[in-house]
Design a protein around this ligand. Structure first.
Ligand SMILES: C[S@@+](CC[C@H](N)C(=O)[O-])C[C@H]1O[C@@H](n2cnc3c(N)ncnc32)[C@H](O)[C@@H]1O
Length: 281
């Protein structure tokens, strides 16, 4: 298997986290994405991750999903015909978690999109998933040719409508040049008032024990040796031309809002991941 297949395994890992904390994530479809025959493998993978990296991925990832879902729902209250674009969508369920039947576009590597298309068809047949206006677009976000094609697809779908673009669990895997090219493309297609939300890891994560264990886990289990994870802080986000920063937050703060637990209180035993929500000016 190549690296991109392995990095897509993280999509199964984080989906399992959402499924384990459904009351927080509100993702009632998470437990359906993994076919029966693969369930045990994913359960073992998640338990292995919890034991060797950190035990709170369920709550962190459920809180992250809830945070971005809440922001999406807030935008849809104001703009009922907004377009939702999820880059590196993995096995998230956002189109099915919102009431409105808006145009949604999910982008990911071709093999992940193929897998998800098959699951959507099966889950619709089983009447688990409702019909939604969802377009699934295969693309490598690091590939300039794919990015050009994506730009045409997204411009056509969004047109002059407000959009909510989500880049969740992806920014650290893209090189800085690929990420900048992606930001540049989004600036051209998003109209004023649109939202761009993403999560990010700050440079000081390098000294964090959970990050240290996570890197080793990814090398050993996923054969993914990204010594150069893309790390950046607020100064980079503040310098994004064409966008205003609406909110910066992180799971520790959001756990207080979406859960009555304090499982993320011990800084040394969490993955310090941050969220950014930007508005197109
Ligand atoms: C950690 S998972 C996050 C998935 C989903 N956004 C979530 O939060 O559950 C990372 C996802 O990004 C996708 N991905 C990573 N690099 C990518 C790239 N260069 N192009 C397209 N998809 C990519 C992976 O296939 C995977 O689905």
């Amino acid at each position: 298997m190549d690296t991109e297949n392995h990095i897509s395994d993280t999509a199964f890992l984080v989906n399992e986290s959402r499924a384990r904390q459904e009351q927080i994530s509100l993702d009632r479809f998470a437990r359906h994405w993994v076919p029966e025959k693969d369930r045990e493998r994913i359960t073992v993978l998640w338990d292995d991750f919890a034991e060797h990296v950190y035990p709170h991925d369920d709550i962190e990832l459920a809180v992250r999903n809830r945070y971005f879902l809440t922001r999406l729902q807030a935008l849809l209250k104001m703009h009922r015909d907004a377009v939702f674009i999820n880059l590196g969508a993995g096995l998230t369920s956002y189109p099915y978690l919102i009431e409105q039947d808006i145009q949604c576009i999910e982008v990911d590597y071709p093999h992940l999109i193929e897998f998800k298309k098959r699951r959507v068809a099966i889950l619709k047949e089983q009447k688990i998933l409702p019909e939604k206006k969802l377009r699934m677009e295969p693309a490598d976000l690091s590939n300039p040719v794919d990015l050009d094609r994506l730009k045409a697809v997204l411009s056509e779908c969004a047109g002059e409508r407000i959009s909510y673009v989500l880049l969740e669990g992806v920014s650290y895997y893209l090189s800085m040049s690929a990420l900048t090219a992606l930001f540049d493309m989004l600036r051209e297609i998003q109209v004023s008032g649109s939202v761009f939300a993403f999560d990010f890891w700050k440079p000081d994560i390098k000294q964090h024990p959970v990050f240290d264990r996570l890197q080793r886990f990814f090398v050993e289990r996923f054969d993914f040796d990204a010594c150069d994870y893309n790390l950046f802080d607020e100064s980079f986000i503040n310098s994004c031309a064409g966008y205003r920063v609406d909110a910066i937050s992180w799971a520790v703060e959001q756990e207080k809002i979406f859960s009555n637990t304090e499982r993320l209180a011990d800084y040394n035993n969490i993955l310090p991941e941050h969220y950014a929500v930007l508005s197109r000016t």
